[in-house]
Ligand binder design. Structure first.
Ligand SMILES: [Mn+2]
Length: 376
């Protein structure tokens, strides 16, 4: 249930409602908007009728049920949308945030060359994998702590905040020492132990959608983080499994728009994993931004042919610069004859109907009514 306070509600009235919500057996999650305060009542085993009765409490505007299974993530709880701060970067504000960097951190030279290159083209955050979840145990697994040291150096040199993936609960404390944002990879989206642990971390979380997760499951995974106390969550659409085989994954662009409609959390797109094809990163990035994505995460390598992972979908620095320039372009003009006057605009002559057609219609009408009269 949600208790919407009146815009004139006093602090005392708000505190009273919070107390009553707790007495009714729920947790009270308070959102203070610019105009009014919203109190979300969540938890299991509470007495719902006691919340409904709060309708009569002073300062309360109304009490409404939360329509979705995810509660704190729902836009009903925070209609204005959340801005997640990562260092100096705001995700979910007016500007589109571009996170760029290699799939894996491979060496100091590779990471620093990428960091300086993407910054020059306008990226505002860095990515780089230190711990890699690979489909095969024989593939490159990441440099671990050495990679974290390199990421820290890249941040110090460029000033750009860093996001890197955390694969298990045991690594959370260590990665928090180095990174500005922790990524939950697609394969771990429903690792609820990891989510519960990250809910207690004091770093923002980038939550990728699982390759076979529905939008609801994705938002419920985010609910684990929020209900456990971490409200700084950014959602990332990175493509789902479909019958298509020419793309690595099928990026679900409508899911970005729907997630933004259902939730107040910022949503970004990953066109690199979402397509697996370098040539599609520009078009898909523009599409994602056009439909409201708050940011992009793009794989960039100074020499993709030498990349230890995901080379085929990585842009080189020039390719990334081109994608960034493309994002600045306005939408292409829509092919509508803008200046042509409307054929049937008000006041225009109505086309004549031929007299013989009218006569035939009248005849038909008379025949039909004649038949009606003959009915017993
Ligand atoms: Mn990758």
């Amino acid at each position: 249930m949600i208790v919407n306070m009146k815009d004139v509600a006093s602090e005392e009235q708000i505190q009273h409602v919070i107390e009553r919500v707790r007495e009714a057996g729920y947790q009270a999650h308070v959102t203070r908007g610019t105009e009014r305060t919203i109190i979300a009542c969540v938890g299991s085993g509470g007495r719902r009728h006691e919340i409904e009765a709060l309708q009569a409490a002073p300062g309360v505007d109304n009490c409404v049920p939360i329509a979705q299974p995810f509660k704190l993530v729902s836009r009903q709880t925070r209609p204005t949308g959340t801005v997640v701060k990562v260092g100096d970067v705001s995700i979910g504000a007016h500007k589109v945030v571009v996170i760029a960097g290699p799939c894996s951190v491979e060496s100091r030279e590779q990471m620093l060359a990428t960091a300086h290159g993407v910054k020059a083209s306008g990226a505002t955050m860095l990515r780089g994998g230190a711990y890699k979840p690979r489909t095969s145990p024989y593939d490159f697994q990441g440099l671990g702590v050495e990679a974290l040291e390199i990421l820290r150096a890249a941040r110090e040199e460029t000033g750009l905040p860093v996001v890197t993936e955390v694969m298990g609960s045991e690594d959370v404390d260590l990665i928090c020492e180095y990174a500005d944002m922790l990524q939950v990879g697609a394969r771990n989206m429903q690792n609820y132990n990891l989510l519960r642990r990250l809910a207690r971390a004091d770093k923002p979380i980038l939550l990728k959608r699982g390759p076979s997760a529905t939008i609801k499951e994705w938002l419920l995974a985010a609910e684990y983080l929020l209900s456990g106390g971490n409200t700084n969550v950014v959602l990332c659409e990175r493509g789902i499994k479909t019958f298509e085989t020419d793309l690595r994954n099928t990026i679900d662009l409508a899911a970005i728009a729907l997630a933004k409609e259902l939730s107040h959390l910022p949503v970004i797109a990953d066109p690199s994993h979402g397509t697996g094809r370098r040539s599609l990163i520009g078009p898909v990035s523009r599409a994602a931004v056009a439909l409201g994505a708050d940011g992009l995460i793009i794989e960039v390598h100074p020499c993709p042919e030498r990349a230890l992972s995901d080379g085929a979908q990585s842009l080189d620095l020039d390719g990334f610069a081109e994608v960034m320039r493309g994002l600045g372009d306005p939408l292409r003009a829509v092919a509508t004859p803008e200046a042509a006057p409307h054929k049937y605009a008000a006041g225009a002559a109505i086309p004549r109907v031929s007299l013989s057609s009218v006569r035939r219609l009248v005849q038909r009408e008379n025949t039909v009514s004649g038949c009606e009269d003959m009915r017993p």
